[in-house]
Design a binder for this molecule. Structure first.
Ligand SMILES: [Mg+2]
Length: 416
């Protein structure tokens, strides 16, 4: 491996960055030039470690249940083992796909073959024709429920099934989703988020969200970028997310402003499927570019990693189909010296899924998105989860760590 000129620029930037995000990456995680063969080799090895489960785990049923405004997927084996996952908010719309196009790939199969079963969904009834989050979300919910089941059989947290828990304390960042605030108002919002959570990192929105360079309020993005570091101080890590707001020229212009004003990461500068534009932004700037929350294709992640279009890779654990597919992305990113910061979609226990994924992924980034809700869904874990001084500790219980079982789900409404 050798460093290219741009990675040297980024490394230099990282070492001298005002914030702490890029600067805290170990030297071996600086961006490397890799070709696709190296990336393919990185994903070739099996992922799951299930040697301890010596008997077949035949999948008897997979159901979608609804209770208290949340959806749950419950998997059961023929010998009475059970696993439960919590979906994101898309379940209300995607349940027919779950029912007709995903669940049939698993019934009657041995859950220990989970990696193969996950891949089988792509070709079942030509599912590849709709390979986007509408297909991958239901797959993720089934995968999580089966991982919960396998973990409970093995009496190990899910991280141990992925090669071992390497960290338990996961630092969070708080994100503001506002686009209707003035820069001064938004800075007060960010200060409140930091004060309440004690998070050491924060994210704010720029641009008009997929609005072709139009700002949500004229001048808002520039105003925030120029003032936020000074207002929040030098100790905080600060991210900016445009949700695909700009073409390359506008993103480079705003990105240069971010570099001048100590912003630590520029997320989704261009629309998610404008891969070449995103690469052009990454080539031009020294600030790390992140993205991938909307990506649904392994090959497009491979292209972005091979071509240096991203420095921080962000598969969404639900939108992208679960831990196994996301681990392949993480392995490609690791081969290129990049970090992974999973996107957190929706409600439910999405933040716990991120925490679990971070617990076993070696090249995980230092801060992870948390949108609140621990007071409610954190009680589904034993002990209940807390955000303590900006850190959430990964659940230690088997599987996904939840205690959601037949007692809680007894009067849930069966959807499929
Ligand atoms: Mg985003």
């Amino acid at each position: 491996m050798k460093f290219n000129r741009r990675s040297l620029i980024k490394s230099t930037f990282a070492a001298g960055a005002v914030g702490t995000f890029a600067g805290c990456l170990p030297a071996e995680q600086q961006q490397k030039v890799v070709n696709g063969d190296v990336l393919d080799k990185a994903v070739a090895a099996p992922i799951l470690k299930l040697e301890g489960i010596t008997s077949p785990v035949k999948i008897a049923s997979i159901e979608l249940l609804q209770k208290d405004g949340n959806h749950f997927v419950r998997a059961r084996s023929t010998d009475g083992a059970q696993g439960v996952s919590v979906t994101n908010s898309k379940a209300a719309h995607l349940y027919p796909i779950l029912d007709k196009l995903v669940i049939p790939c698993f019934i009657g199969k041995d859950a220990r073959d989970l990696e193969k079963l996950v891949d089988s969904v792509y070709l079942y009834k030509s599912n590849y024709k709709m390979s986007n989050l509408a297909l991958w979300c239901p797959l993720a919910w089934v995968e999580f429920s089966l991982l919960d089941m396998l973990g409970k059989i093995a009496d190990k947290p899910v991280g141990e099934l992925f090669g071992g828990v390497v960290r338990r304390e996961i630092a969070i960042y708080r994100a503001s989703g506002n686009r209707d605030t003035t820069p001064a108002e938004e800075i007060e919002v960010l200060k409140k988020l930091i004060d309440r959570s004690h998070a050491k990192a924060v994210k704010f929105k720029v641009g008009g969200r997929m609005r072709n360079n139009a700002d949500s309020i004229p001048g808002r993005s520039e105003g925030l970028v120029k003032s936020v570091r000074k207002a929040l101080g030098d100790d905080l890590t600060i991210f900016a997310d445009s949700n695909g707001s700009y073409d390359a020229a506008h993103a480079i212009r705003l990105g240069r402003m971010m570099e001048d004003h100590g912003i630590d990461m520029f997320e989704e500068p261009c629309p998610f499927d404008w891969l070449e534009d995103t690469k052009a932004v990454a080539d031009a700037l020294s600030i790390p570019i992140s993205g991938g929350e909307q990506e649904s294709s392994h090959r497009r992640f491979r292209w972005m990693i091979e071509n240096g279009a991203l420095q921080i890779v962000q598969p969404d654990l639900h939108y992208y189909g679960g831990f196994i597919r996301s681990t392949r992305v993480a392995r490609m990113a690791a081969a290129a010296g990049l970090t992974v910061v999973p996107h957190m979609s929706g409600s439910g226990t999405g933040y716990v899924d991120v925490v679990q994924f971070a617990s076993f992924t070696p090249n995980i980034g230092p801060y992870h998105e948390y949108k609140g809700g621990i007071e409610k869904s954190g009680k589904w874990y034993d002990p209940p989860l807390n955000s303590d001084n900006g850190v959430i500790t990964a659940p230690t219980g088997p599987g996904m760590g939840t205690t959601i079982g037949d007692e809680y789900l007894a009067n849930a409404k069966k959807i499929v």
